[in-house]
Design a protein around this ligand. Sequence first.
Ligand code: HEC
Length: 183
Amino acid sequence: MPLYRKTAAAIALVAFTVACHGGASAGATAGSSTMPPSTGPAMQAESMEQAGEYLTIVGSCNDCHTQGWVESKGKIPPADRFAGLNVGFRGEWGTSYGKNLRTITQRQSEDHWVEVLKTTDGGDGHPPMPWWNTAQMNERDLRAIYRYIKSLGPNPKGVPRSLPPGKEPTGPWIWVATKTGAL
Ligand code: HEC
């Protein structure tokens, strides 16, 4: 590696380390994995990332955000998790898709992530995302999930855009509606 590239890499590393230290003292930035104190019930583990992985499994997040999770009975390695689902959920709201959370955690701040999950995406969130459940999660748990998914790194897999009611999806979809009586 030429010297200037090495120097650039060293500078980048220092900048990253400084950013992490700044974040750790603020207690709200990805990069630190020690668990800050929490009030109320919350997941305890060796690191935020470990807590986050566990919470995503027991919180069923993979079911709708990881391709093949249900079909493989949960046997998808972490590197392939959370890149989104290309099967749409269709209902009177239109068609929604389990988004690529790998991309979202790279692009959005941890505070914004918490805000979205606490507020049904500012009131704009569609089913079947369990918004009412994530809104009640302990904030530290929401941060742990963010840090775990962010630690998996970017994954550029594309997920179809959500569609308004009446628009026909081009890919596969599931109809989410209540039926009564015999089929
Ligand atoms: C039953 C399916 C389902 C489950 C389970 C589920 N999600 Fe979702 N999720 C969705 C769908 C569909 C959307 C898109 C909603 C929309 O378009 O408004 C979504 C959107 C999101 C978003 C918003 C992304 C953005 O900023 O636009 C986040 C964050 C998220 N989910 C995290 C989670 C987490 C964390 C869990 C586990 C606790 C989880 N989801 C479980 C289906 C699901």
